[in-house]
Design a binder for this molecule. Structure first.
Ligand SMILES: NC(=O)c1ccc[n+]([C@@H]2O[C@H](COP(=O)([O-])OP(=O)(O)OC[C@H]3O[C@@H](n4cnc5c(N)ncnc54)[C@H](O)[C@@H]3O)[C@@H](O)[C@H]2O)c1
Length: 323
């Protein structure tokens, strides 16, 4: 079976992929500096290396003898990227180029890259598809687009094959309850709802009530992390059998408002969410959702766990242990 290195494999999404690949029989290696990940979330069947991509010796040792690399390590807070772009240049752009250089040096020719819906910016039509123009409205989205483009150039020049996976709003927890450490300092809606439910936060701020949506709050496309994990294993299979590189959306095509999420979270947990309406934030499009037809056609992938009830139940199962 193949050797796969997950860089950032102790993180929220990475740890779910590690479990899936171990179940499928891959030899999995995880390289992570634990800046936001947890060793406890890494499947014990995987080999864990504690270290940073900025340590050349450790990176080259981790990459030597692997067949493919899944590169997840990055900073992901769009708001922070606008305040501290230099940090995002280093972590996301320079970090990824360092990984790419090491892949070339060690003759690793298959790379799966964690990209994001943020590469699109404000939608000019919905649902988004991969032909939609890319015009990020925050620096985080730019860093991901920059690396996508670099990967495609290297793919042409060096003959590597890449799968850039544009995740929409990743959420949920593994349904078998194997992953139990929750995200540190989350900036996304669902973990913040959970932190409010368990009393870690006194209230949830809902940004904007006057959007052009049914209830006036923003609509987003939520995708379960176990569905993302499945897409990664299918991408590895695709890169084995195909000659081309791909860039695809991973989304459900459905969307839910902030108030839908709060209502469902209250039902699932049986507890009230203390929330308050505040002014809109800059740069939040009213609606964002996408087609994943390419993922269906090329990977034979479609989401199985991404209905809002399953997402929230799986999340609550983890957070309720913190009560
Ligand atoms: N969570 C989402 O909704 C979402 C959506 C779209 C894209 N993404 C992308 O998916 C990837 C994973 O996101 P996540 O939510 O799992 O985030 P995360 O912060 O939980 O995971 C990132 C992991 O990378 C590790 N890491 C960071 N810098 C490192 C370094 N220099 N060397 C080694 N390891 C390092 C961290 O310790 C962490 O375990 C990121 O690239 C992110 O941009 C996430």
């Amino acid at each position: 079976m193949q050797n796969v290195l997950l860089i950032g494999g102790a993180g929220y999404i990475g740890s779910h992929i590690v479990f899936r690949l171990c179940d499928l029989g891959y030899n999995v290696i995880v390289l992570d500096d634990l800046s936001s990940g947890f060793k406890e979330n890494v499947d014990p069947r995987a080999k864990f290396i504690h270290g940073s991509i900025f340590n050349d010796t450790i990176l080259n040792q981790a990459i030597a003898n692997v067949d493919s690399v899944i590169h997840l390590a990055a900073l992901k807070d769009a708001g922070e990227s606008m305040v501290n772009p230099v940090l995002y240049t280093k972590q996301n752009i320079q970090g990824s180029l360092t990984v790419l250089k090491s892949c070339l040096k060690n003759n690793v020719k298959k790379i799966v890259f964690s990209s994001t819906a943020a590469v699109y910016g404000n939608p000019s039509y919905l649902p988004l598809d991969e032909d939609h123009p890319t015009s990020p409205i925050n620096y985080y989205g730019y860093t991901k687009l920059c690396i996508e483009r670099n990967l495609f150039w290297y793919s042409e020049i060096y003959g590597i094959k890449v799968a850039c996976l544009r995740y929409f709003n990743a959420t949920g927890y593994d349904l078998k309850n194997k992953i139990n450490k929750v995200e540190k300092n989350p900036s996304n809606l669902l973990p913040i709802v959970m932190e409010t439910l368990i009393g870690k936060r006194s209230e949830l701020e809902v940004y904007g009530t006057d959007y052009d949506t049914d209830d006036g709050t923003c609509l987003r496309d939520y995708i379960h992390v176990s569905d993302l994990a499945d897409a990664h294993s299918k991408s590895l299979e695709f890169l084995d059998s195909s000659k081309k590189s791909i860039c695809i959306n991973l989304a459900t095509g459905n969307c839910h408002s902030v108030l839908d999420v709060i209502k469902e979270a209250q039902e699932v947990s049986g507890r009230p969410v203390n929330y308050r309406f505040v002014k809109r934030r800059q740069g939040d499009p009213p609606k964002l959702y996408a087609k994943s037809n390419l993922a269906k056609d090329l990977l034979n992938w479609s989401p199985k766990f991404s209905d809002l009830n399953t997402i929230l139940k799986s999340k609550w199962n983890v957070y309720k242990k913190l009560l």
